[in-house]
Design a protein around this ligand. Structure first.
Ligand SMILES: [Zn+2]
Length: 82
């Protein structure tokens, strides 16, 4: 399974993917409990176009540089060590 990064911006308490790396459309994702930091809502999610594209998964990030890149386990380690 291929996992792609999707850049998301926080808009009115929701994460907005302006350009889905699978379908090119916009998807909105809840950022979770308002008491928690919204960054907890980032991470692996199913895009809303998953019905047309079975098994598609993306990894929400607030880093625009990662948009559309393929997710790799090493990226995790790099983030945690930086
Ligand atoms: Zn999509």
């Amino acid at each position: 399974m291929m996992v792609l990064y999707a850049y998301a911006r926080l808009v009115r308490g929701q994460w907005v993917v302006s350009w889905c790396p699978f379908c090119g459309k916009r998807h909105w994702h809840g950022a979770g409990d308002p008491k928690d930091p919204p960054q907890l809502g980032l991470g692996s999610r199913q895009p809303h176009c998953v019905r047309q594209r079975p098994h598609s998964v993306y990894y929400l990030t607030d880093d625009p540089v990662l948009q559309g890149r393929r997710y790799r386990e090493d990226d995790f380690e790099r983030m945690e060590n930086s």
